[in-house]
Design a protein around this ligand. Structure first.
Ligand code: GLA
Length: 759
């Protein structure tokens, strides 16, 4: 089996040795910026007097600086002398690099009145300018703006004052230039050397892990000389796994490939690639961490997975597919199946409808050539659904607005083919991008019924093809006139849309505030609740169990009233992205909202960022390291947070599949008590989170947020254990001893040890 993964942390360390005069200088210009909302052409002009504009800090969104909520156009301006020593003291002296940080969402950037770049792309001075730049993919807010001008470009005024004017358009939510660290420097020799390790994934080959890696000179004229090294060491034990060093000369355009083979361990290998440039006094170091699989490969004997409980409303269509792993064919049986339900013995799909409320205790049974398994299961017919947090897939973090019917169907098929459905993953959710765009007519038929765009010719058929696999179908809309992506939404058509969703067989609705911002009078609690109450009423009228997912980024502490408006889950934060900063600030920020989570109502810190993600047509492997991904799944499981995979399932690799199909970890996520973990220890680098499980056990996550491996001594009493308790490693699925009064755990940086403690 040839499977692969890659992921990497990219750490470019630019070794700049400061001598006299400074070599390769960098000038910071993130101070003294001026700001105004609105949009006038004259703002780009160097002569314009901006002295009346307000001062703005460059490392905060404008909402945090008195402009909440402001969406639309705004301008940033600053003046700076660009000294010629920048050029004179650089090695190459050929081009000026202008780094503007990240911009939420879109930009047209001007230097001395001339355009230099649009949304991260360099522009010639005579480029035609229009407002099209505001129709770029929504994930551009996460894109670094680096613009480059040739040193002799007349747009640069060397040794004189230069005026930068940045026209920003915020299409919704947070806005502005927000990362700080604006810098000017000359292009360096390092920019011509490209290390390509990212799209050459690791292959798991028996006991080994291998990958191809290439290094290329992208310059058309320069020969690059230097010293190249590769070193791989165990991340925990630092044992050497691989070493190479050599003198390397690359002529213009030349590349060289390497093949790295290392032993597979129960830890990442830290791989360091380094190139020291001869003469240039500069070096590039790139580090990455290799994947390692912890979930034992499941046997072929039958095993029933998934939750121990499932809720449905009386009289509504019922659909539950028994998740079971093991050799096929498999036959299914349910002892005590209530009246109104029917089981397909060959695929384990239960359908029908139950009229009478009540708790029905049944026994699920499966059998294949190698054996049998059975599991007690409760069907609860009442007014509650989503009794355990949803597990599924959503199109947004991979396809963004480029989602189409084929991609949704492919995801559903992959859930079956790759076996994710056997471990309880069941929702296939369309996010934004299925409706008619803002600038297209008609958006609705003459009766007001919502229309779909050409990529979704038949929603009912799409729903059917998902259901036939035993999976559930989810959709997305907004209470405002338009969605965040600028597509038609449900404002003033709420009941009609709820009816359409029900007609199409929708089982899950994500309802995203977005353009309701223009409708709401303010952010008072009653205004925040109003559109969610309204859609709740409509969903109640359509006789279908539709999981109701509130998305309004946590405004008004939504966790305190999400259940009151009938939500089954609610986003507690802004959008996640595939970086450690985003993951850790969102994940470890889920403090204080635990009391509001429980069966039928969950805090949602946003969707998963493992596998190939991208928020648009072009995907990349997640930028999280394997340890960060273990942290992600462990933390979300402890938090009882809904888990919606956001990657291209057709490109699911061995590591990601292994990560997502650990039944013991998923059992913590699906625990029927439905508690959300709380942090019991927080030091500068370490955090311990505890989740109470049904039956008196505890799931405990020992997280290392620091940059070094930690030996962490956990006292039993710190996690509420008096006396002895057995310890079971959930990822490795094995017992690892017991607590006396304390136990020491070795925790990789940005990683986790996830245990079950059995008193
Ligand atoms: C908002 C939401 C995202 C996604 C997009 C769609 O940003 O927070 O999760 O649904 O809208 O446009």
């Amino acid at each position: 089996m040839k499977q692969s993964l890659y992921f990497f942390i990219l750490v470019m360390i630019i070794g700049c040795q400061i001598a006299e005069p400074p070599k390769n200088p960098v000038i910071s210009f993130n101070q003294k910026w001026k700001f105004i909302t609105g949009d006038r052409d004259v703002y780009k002009s160097p002569e314009f007097d901006d002295s009346e504009w307000m001062d703005i800090e460059m490392d905060k969104i404008w909402e945090q600086q008195g402009y909440d909520p402001y969406d639309g156009y705004a301008w940033f301006r600053t003046r700076i002398v660009i000294p010629s020593y920048l050029k004179d003291n650089s090695f190459l002296q050929d081009s000026l690099r202008i780094f503007l940080g990240k911009i939420n969402n879109f930009d047209q950037s001007f230097l001395n009145g001339f355009i230099i770049g649009v949304n991260g792309k360099n522009m010639p001075a005579d480029a035609v300018l229009d407002t099209n730049f505001i129709h770029a993919p929504t994930n551009y807010w996460d894109l670094e703006r680096r613009y480059t001008l040739s040193a002799d470009d007349p747009r640069i005024l060397w040794d004189r004052e230069n005026v930068f004017a940045i026209r920003v358009y915020d299409e919704g939510g947070q806005g502005g230039m927000y990362t700080g660290n604006q810098e000017l420097s000359m292009t360096s020799v390092m920019e011509y050397l490209k290390f390509d390790n990212n799209n050459q994934p690791f292959d798991f080959e028996g006991q080994n892990l291998s990958k191809s890696f290439s290094i290329k000179n992208n310059s058309k004229s320069l020969t690059l000389n230097g010293y190249f090294t590769i070193e791989a060491r165990g991340k925990l034990d630092e044992g050497e796994l691989y070493h190479l060093n050599e003198n390397l000369t690359l002529s213009p355009g030349e590349s060289k490939s390497y093949h790295l083979v290392i032993r597979q361990l129960e830890q990442s290998a830290k791989i360091t690639y380094g190139f020291d440039f001869e003469d240039a006094n500069q070096s590039i170091i790139l580090e990455e961490e290799s994947p390692y699989m912890l979930t034992p490969i499941p046997g072929q004997e039958p095993q029933i997975n998934g939750p121990g409980i499932y809720g449905a409303r009386p009289g509504n269509p019922f659909l539950y597919a028994i998740p079971a792993s093991g050799l096929r064919p498999m036959t299914y049986q349910v002892e005590g199946l209530p009246k109104g339900l029917k089981l397909n013995k060959n695929n384990g799909i239960i359908t029908g409808s139950i009229k009478k409320t009540g708790i029905y205790d049944v026994i699920l049974k499966v059998e294949n050539d190698l054996g049998k398994d059975q599991k007690s299961f409760q069907i609860v017919i009442g007014d509650k659904i989503a009794l355990t947090p949803p597990l599924g897939w959503n199109s947004w973090n991979c396809w963004g607005l480029s989602v189409d019917t084929e991609k949704a169907i492919a995801s559903a098929k992959m859930f079956k083919q790759k076996g994710l459905a056997d471990h309880g993953w069941s929702y296939i959710n369309l996010d934004d991008g299925w409706e008619i765009p803002k600038d297209q007519e008609p958006k609705r038929d003459p009766s007001g019924k919502i229309l779909t765009n050409e990529k979704f010719p038949d929603m009912k058929a799409l729903g059917d093809s998902i259901h036939v696999l035993g999976l559930k179908f989810g959709i997305y809309s907004s209470p405002g006139p338009y969605t965040c992506g600028g597509y038609t939404a449900s404002y003033q058509h709420e009941l009609q849309d709820a009816q359409s969703f029900a007609d199409w067989g929708v089982d899950y609705l994500k309802y995203d505030w977005c353009s309701y911002e223009q409708i709401a009078n303010d952010h008072s609690l009653s205004e925040l609740k109003k559109p969610y109450f309204l859609m709740r009423d409509c969903l109640d009228k359509v006789n279908r169990d539709i999981v109701y997912s509130l998305c309004q980024y946590g405004m008004g502490e939504v966790w305190t009233w999400g259940e009151e408006v009938g939500g089954n889950l609610w986003r507690t934060t802004g959008d996640i992205t595939d970086t450690w900063e985003s993951l850790s600030s969102i994940g470890f920020g889920q403090v204080g909202n635990a009391p509001y989570a429980g069966p039928g109502h969950w805090n949602d810190p946003d969707m998963l960022i493992v596998g190939w993600v991208g928020w648009g047509p072009n995907l990349h492997p997640t930028r999280l390291t394997p340890d960060e991904q273990y942290t992600h799944i462990s933390l979300w499981s402890l938090l009882s947070a809904p888990m919606l995979i956001g990657c291209d399932l057709e490109r699911l690799d061995a590591f990601t599949l292994n990560l997502l199909t650990n039944d013991e970890v998923l059992a913590v996520h699906q625990d029927i008590l439905g508690k959300q973990a709380i942090p019991v220890i927080k030091t500068e680098t370490m955090q311990v989170w505890v989740k109470e499980l049904a039956g008196g056990n505890k799931a405990v996550g020992i997280f290392n947020l620091g940059d070094q491996t930690e030996k962490f001594n956990l006292l039993a009493e710190q996690i509420g254990i008096n006396g002895t308790a057995n310890i079971h490693d959930l990822w490795r699925q094995r017992d690892v001893g017991s607590f006396g009064s304390a136990k020491t755990f070795l925790v990789p940086s940005h990683g986790v040890v996830l245990i079950k403690v059995i008193p």
